[in-house]
Ligand binder design. Structure first.
Ligand code: FE2
Length: 282
């Protein structure tokens, strides 16, 4: 059923992937990291609306780090916090799965590899992870995109494993996706420029779908949603009083080419690992 749904829709929903206790442990750890970093870290904002312009050093060199990024509305014009620190962080990225034992345990759990295998992956490499808070009241929207735009391989192999750690609803910014949209071409790719900075490179001018064509995926805490790298998806802003924390892990095929111009890169001290390797010794 997993393979069939995924082939047809470009996504598959797996309820009860994580038990409540595991969700609670990940939530606690994410809050702990954000609590440590929010008061003192650089005030780097994550916004999909201005991604090329806003991609600063803190973001571009976070591929082998655990770093926090702020909600746009969490900062006042002078850069000071406009909300309490516990509600300020948009997300933590991008190597939680290799640097934090709590996130590593779930990322390299054999059940994750089993799901990746079920959707057709041969030798998945864990390339990127994020704890995405979608804070109450100010949680930023993530505009419609294809994940292969941001993690480009030849051939295209990126696959997303998105786990709701808290209930994701229509009110607090659940995922929306275009069923079957994974059969459409990749529209653009996000690349480092030779002289520094980043740019979007247009590959196909077919517009991404609007909300009217997409379906919402409200899911209970503990649900895993697997997303094909070409599937158009987005999540709305959270204007509700309820947070929507999720953990997202992205994998690519070990045999695929990962061009060095991808925004996400790692230093030699932290090579990419296969899901089959199991959790790193931390
Ligand atoms: Fe995505």
């Amino acid at each position: 059923m997993i393979a069939g749904d995924y082939a047809r829709d470009g996504f598959v929903v797996v309820p009860d992937f994580l038990p409540p206790g595991a969700c609670a442990a990940l939530i606690e750890r994410a809050e702990q990291i954000a609590g440590e970093q929010a008061p003192s870290g650089p005030r780097s904002v994550f916004s999909t609306a201005e991604q090329a312009r806003r991609s600063d050093e803190w973001f571009l060199e976070s591929g082998d780090q655990v770093r926090s990024f702020f909600e746009t509305e969490a900062l006042a014009e002078d850069g000071s916090l406009a909300v309490e620190p516990g509600r300020a962080i948009n997300k933590i990225g991008h190597a939680l799965h290799d640097l934090d034992p709590v996130f590593a345990a779930v990322s390299y759990d054999p059940r994750m590899l089993a799901i990746a295998t079920a959707v057709g992956m041969q030798e998945p490499l864990a390339v990127q992870s994020m704890a995405i808070f979608k804070q109450p009241g100010i949680g930023g929207e993530v505009g419609c995109h294809q994940d292969a735009t941001f993690l480009y391989t030849e051939p295209l192999t990126v696959t997303g494993f998105w786990i709701a750690l808290e209930d994701a609803t229509l009110d607090n910014g659940c995922l929306w996706a275009l069923p079957g949209g994974h059969r459409e071409p990749l529209r653009k790719r996000f690349a480092r420029k030779a002289g520094g900075g980043t740019e979007f490179q247009l590959l196909d001018a077919t517009p991404l779908p609007g909300q009217a064509q997409m379906v919402p995926l409200p899911v209970a805490a503990g649900t895993l949603v697997v997303l094909h790298g070409l599937l158009p998806h987005y999540s709305g802003a959270n204007r509700s009083p309820r947070r929507r924390l999720a953990y997202s892990l992205h994998c690519i095929e070990a045999a695929a080419l990962y061009p060095a111009w991808n925004w996400l890169r790692r230093g030699p001290a932290l090579p990419l690992r296969r899901l089959a390797d199991g959790p790193p010794g931390l």
